[in-house]
Write a protein that binds this ligand. Sequence first.
Ligand SMILES: Cc1cc2nc3c(=O)[nH]c(=O)nc-3n(C[C@H](O)[C@H](O)[C@H](O)COP(=O)(O)OP(=O)(O)OC[C@H]3O[C@@H](n4cnc5c(N)ncnc54)[C@H](O)[C@@H]3O)c2cc1C
Ligand SMILES: NC(=O)c1ccc[n+]([C@@H]2O[C@H](COP(=O)([O-])OP(=O)(O)OC[C@H]3O[C@@H](n4cnc5c(N)ncnc54)[C@H](O)[C@@H]3O)[C@@H](O)[C@H]2O)c1
Length: 558
Amino acid sequence: MAYAFLRLSGYQVPQPCKSRLLTDLHLASPKAHVRCWSRSTPSARAPYSGLTGFKAVQRSLKGQRSRRLATVVSAKQEDDYDFDLFVIGGGTGGVRTARMSSQFGARVGLCELPLGWVSSDDRGGLGGTCILRGCVPKKLMHYAGSFTEELEDAESFGWQVQEKPQLDWKVMMERKTQELLRLSGVYQKNLESAGVKLIEGRGRITGQHSVEVAGKTFKVKKILVAVGGRPTKAPIEGAEHAIVSDHILNLPDKPAKVVMIGGGYIACEQASIFNSLGSEVHFLIRGPTVLNPMFDEECRIHAGEQYKAAGVKLQLDVTPTKIEKQSNGKLTVTVEPKEGADYTIADADVVLLATGRQPNTKHLGLEEAGVELDDKGGIKVDEFSRSVSADNVYAVGDVTNRVPLTPVARMEGSLLAKHLFGGQKDARCDHSNVASVVFSSPAVAVVGLSEQAAVEKLGNVHVFSSKFTPMKAALRQDKPQALVKVIVDSGSDEVVGFHMVAPDAAEIIQGFATSLKLGITKTQLDDVVGLHPTSAEEFVTLSSPARKYKDGKQVSAG
Ligand SMILES: Cc1cc2nc3c(=O)[nH]c(=O)nc-3n(C[C@H](O)[C@H](O)[C@H](O)COP(=O)(O)OP(=O)(O)OC[C@H]3O[C@@H](n4cnc5c(N)ncnc54)[C@H](O)[C@@H]3O)c2cc1C
Ligand SMILES: NC(=O)c1ccc[n+]([C@@H]2O[C@H](COP(=O)([O-])OP(=O)(O)OC[C@H]3O[C@@H](n4cnc5c(N)ncnc54)[C@H](O)[C@@H]3O)[C@@H](O)[C@H]2O)c1
């Protein structure tokens, strides 16, 4: 099975392998794979044709109004507005709000920029960051790299892989691109069938009730700004030679040597991906650990150790000061450590600056419309996603600088549609206890408070934690370690945080996030009978605290 996926991910799996299972997999008809793939490609083969021809979409929308599902807002209103809601930006948040609002019966228009793999003032594409330049391409590449670890695990069980399978980079990239285009097309279809009018072009607010797109002005009752954000480059000398996340997901060839700068989600994920795909990865972080302090410190330290053990050349407490182009076209990065002399990393094919993102709020007419921005350029909104300063302007997703994650943008969009057109005036956003995963190797998954945040907020805290080698890796020489942590409010016995650093952490934490949202106590968690043998059962078998805190002070160590 793993080998079938390998092939679909662009790996050329060599023959012969000694094991019977591998041989069987080699002998499996290649046509089976082709058939399997081509079944999912018809829409991918006509990528984006509809998207660049929004007019065709608009024509097909005529006559669909009567098929609207909900009835809270009547489809035809006696006013001179073109739209009840006009959405600028067709990413996760904008599409969700537009679709649901239209299904509730509102007249909805949505504009989105023409497709481009690198986002700019002129390029974007339906689906936005998540589909085209974020979660999806990243996760597909993560899967492509994950087979390296699978092979290491396989060898520890006695499989003899005589010749390492080789990844065909171009095949992987081509298949990834087709999948992204297919998904973008699905977004278009869903909007179409919900009756949303799609307009291709850059949107700009030109008055309290007017929006201009591609030279045409629309009269609109309410405006939703869902324009997301774009990567920013830290002001390092020579930053023009570096690339950002949009580019790294679209490299034409596999880089032999990569330098990652920045210690957040993107840098950690990309460092792991390129390490597992076989590049030499130098990972430079200005702080003492990977990831930001929102993540539990023990998890951050543990994740950094595991990245190193997996082969990433992680360097903490260092400041990259200069990026230079060599005469052979490769790059040199000058590094200033906290202690000791400066040094350089030469001959890099790629330097990634993953040093944060900024909301796309420039040149949108927001100032003229009286929309107040925060100090990072995000739109300030209330719990109903309404601008704090302009009554008929709303904003959801990354542009609001709340929690910049796809499911959060989706949740904000759903609630806004319900609030505005679904008869649920009280539908307000709740950003507490949102689960989050860094898809590195191993993954870092979290929901709720870190140990540090819990101690600061609650004072009286019990910390349960365990490190172990997952059984799948038990026969390996290097014995990779997983970490699970449960943080408990010792006053109420309520669990306030679940943390996991492990290969399967992303899949495991979702269920525990549900229990946390429902207010599970440690006693109830202890009553759960585990699934054995799994890594997940560690969460329900933690019997005594590793650390206890009283009034914010540690009173016992495990
Ligand atoms: C590399 C990377 C990996 C990520 N991985 C994950 C992950 O694994 N899980 C997760 O939950 N989150 C992840 N995220 C974050 C996630 O992608 C975002 O939180 C999410 O896409 C935000 O959705 P949005 O609707 O706010 O904005 P976007 O998806 O960015 O959509 C905004 C849209 O507006 C368009 N636009 C901008 N200006 C205009 C204009 N003037 N007129 C018309 N259209 C305009 C843009 O082209 C874009 O399509 C990742 C992000 C990145 C960069
Ligand atoms: N798996 C996921 O859910 C996922 C994956 C990728 C991105 N995202 C979202 O996208 C957002 C952006 O990700 P990101 O990684 O770009 O941002 P981030 O804010 O997570 O990390 C930016 C990093 O750059 C470092 N940095 C900033 N300026 C620097 C400088 N001058 N020199 C050295 N380092 C510098 C910061 O210290 C920080 O570690 C995230 O906040 C997250 O919400 C989510």
